[in-house]
Design a binder for this molecule. Structure first.
Ligand SMILES: [Zn+2]
Length: 244
């Protein structure tokens, strides 16, 4: 019994010590970085964050804010713009508003893929299942817009939307790829799907609510504002309209 109590207070002590170490190493790491350079490269910082329950202060260029946020986005407490290219010595010295909840300042990236499966003979006709997949990397999650409609050619159609953490489509190159479909669990291993990157570019979230999502896309083939209206509350089907 006695040793149990001892062990417990020992483990609490160790936990406390490791917390202190973590905080100290964050502070030390921070002090090694110059405030007029992104912590990952030599570009001037555009944003600074307070993270790790307020123990960490970090500053990045747009590109590295995106890559860093993929790992640590959940731990961001405050996010502020850096307007003069120099991060504040103390986070609280940055008087710009907290924009953690606002996704408008950061340009996201999008990819548009065309995916199809080997043709099958169905009732004497060749059937070619295919999908268009538009993905927007919103840093904290990926918005997946998946439809049978030709996203480039059609201006209004119904589409399925879901949020995910899968960023594989952002790594796939521009050529036709052979990948096993991660989407359809009923496809057996011998079935391979082909996936072709149709377009990619930047995306700005104009509005994002439970019933309306409005996004501005800037790609070579897909460019302009798309509005998505949810068909029914709690349904994942939305009407996508491309605005001229
Ligand atoms: Zn950088």
């Amino acid at each position: 019994m006695k040793s149990k109590i001892k062990n417990q207070s020992l483990s609490e002590g160790l936990e406390l010590a490791s917390e202190i170490l973590k905080t100290t190493s964050k502070v030390l790491e921070e002090s090694r970085h110059s405030h007029d350079k992104c912590m990952e490269c030599d570009k001037p910082p555009t944003h600074e964050v307070l993270w790790a329950e307020g123990h960490g202060h970090a500053w990045f260029c747009d590109e590295h804010l995106k890559s860093w946020s993929k790992e640590n986005g959940d731990d961001i407490v405050y996010l502020k713009e850096v307007k003069d290219g120099v991060a504040a010595m103390k986070f609280s010295d940055n008087k710009n508003p907290n924009i953690k909840e606002s996704t408008k300042v950061v340009d996201f990236t999008f990819t548009l893929h065309h995916r199809w499966w080997p043709s099958k003979l169905v009732e004497g006709k060749m059937d070619m299942p295919q999908k268009f997949e538009l993905r927007i990397d919103k840093i904290d999650s990926v918005l997946e817009i998946i439809t049978n409609a030709d996203i480039i050619g059609q201006s209004e159609f119904i589409t399925y939307i879901k949020e995910s953490q899968n960023r594989d489509s952002f790594k796939i190159g521009e050529s036709v790829q052979r990948v096993i479909s991660p989407l359809d669990t009923d496809i057996s291993k011998k079935d391979i799907s082909w996936m072709h990157l149709v377009d990619k570019g930047s995306a700005k979230m104009i509005e994002s609510t439970d019933i309306l999502v409005s996004i501005e896309l800037k790609g070579d083939k897909l460019s302009g504002v798309i509005d998505l209206h949810r068909t029914e509350k709690d349904h994942n089907y939305w009407v996508l309209k491309k605005l001229k």
